[in-house]
Design a protein around this ligand. Sequence first.
Ligand code: ADP
Length: 521
Amino acid sequence: MQDYHLRQRDYLLEISRAMTSRLDLPSLLELTLRSAVELLRGQAGLIVLRGRDGVMRVRASYGLPTGLLRFFQPLWDDLPGLWDLQVPLSRWTIPDLQMRLGMVAAAAGLALSQVVALPLTIEERLIGVIYILRTTGVAFSASDRMLLAAFADQAAIAVRNAELYQQVDEERRALSAIIENSAEGIMILDAQGRVLVFNRALARITGWDPEEALGHPATEVLMLRDRQGRPIPLPQPEPKRTSAAEVRAYVEGDVVRRGGPVLTVGVTATPLYDEEGTLARTILNVVDITRFRQAEELKSTFVSVISHELKTPVALIKGYAETLRREDATWDRETVQESLKVIAEEADHLTNLIDSLLEASRIQAGGLKLEPTDVNLPRLAEKIVDRFRTQTQIHTFELDFPPDFPLVWGDPERLREVLTNLISNAVKYSPDGGTVWVGGRADQTGVTVYVADQGIGIPPEEQSRIFDRFHRVETGLHRRTEGAGLGLYLVKAIVEAHGGRVWVESAPGRGSIFMFTLPKK
Ligand code: ADP
């Protein structure tokens, strides 16, 4: 007996050594089973575990041909009551175990005659069974069961460890999938501020390859500048936990990156402290806030442009009205007429501006509605041009439509707006006068209409941006000319609502040609 205990101790020592050397679960179970079979002078053995689905499966076998394992099912069949642990563990047995073995032996054609079985448990939870089998007739004794109990415990611990490891591994993988696929940029730093984890969104934001970024200081891969180009430091958590240290730090700035448009980001730093309160990791969340920034800027541009645009006519109206009101002066009829004309014109100007604003906000809300009908564009152009002729002495106007120019299908009011805006710009931006041409051509797909001037022209880099809301060219004469930067935005929206497109060809000092297409009816 003494001898058995010594050998049991040796076996168990070997198993726990194997466990600490992190052998995988199948090898650990096999080692445990083999040791138990040898110690108990058995010839074969099995470890059966219950899977997450509740199904029992053989996870280790010893001394049995694999092909015959399926015959052993009766040994653990129909044990639901036992799994619910309605009996105390100490009295746990499998009913009719010897008889079950008889069935198995007959079916498998094996000379097995004795069996002992013990439960594997984790924290009072039954997770499987270990069986030792003998071919000889010598029955297992109570002390055999006691010896086996230690092995059952070892096997249960191995399973428990494997479960924990698997759980940790699954959580780790779920976490890295979340980090990797997050739309937010995420970077995890070690205590020295070097990159340990760098996700895809951050690669897009910074232009750094994730592989390349690993190991670099965070300050190298994510550099921020303010609007004036001054560097902004990344938020830096306290190296030691203090009561206030876990408050998250936040900064905003433009990303300095390799090519691509400017991106504005918000960076939040969250520190993770170890048990001693020393900084272990820093998590940086990087959110692309470019669009919010742009919207904010657009809003402030809006306020400054609009207030300027509103002030000028209001000042004129007020000036003329006050002059006319003066009681110490009398005005001849002509002066009165002239002044009232200016007041009326400026009032019209205000109305137009307000209409444009309303229309721009309607378009932005997606509410541009067309009321289409047949439109005679050459006639429309002629009417508009006639009005402009009365307003300027230094410009001449030429219409250039072929006689067979077709009717187009469109909203006449909106198309009038398009032509009016283009012609008014042509006049406005040719301060030295010159000719303004309005013409069109038709082909199989539709019509192309143009408005050309001999004015100041538009620098190439501005040509795609002048169609943006509130965008104005900010140089020389452009700046001195009044405007809210809404006209071309409306033109583009209207033309596109008709299914056409608009563009410009121009060179500074050489005039501009604005062109738009309308598809065939
Ligand atoms: P604005 O009210 O400022 O004229 P628009 O949207 O009509 O607004 O035009 C946007 C900008 O495009 C103008 O500020 C001007 O700089 C430029 N632009 C438009 N039309 C012409 C043109 N015919 N010649 C030169 N520059 C032009």
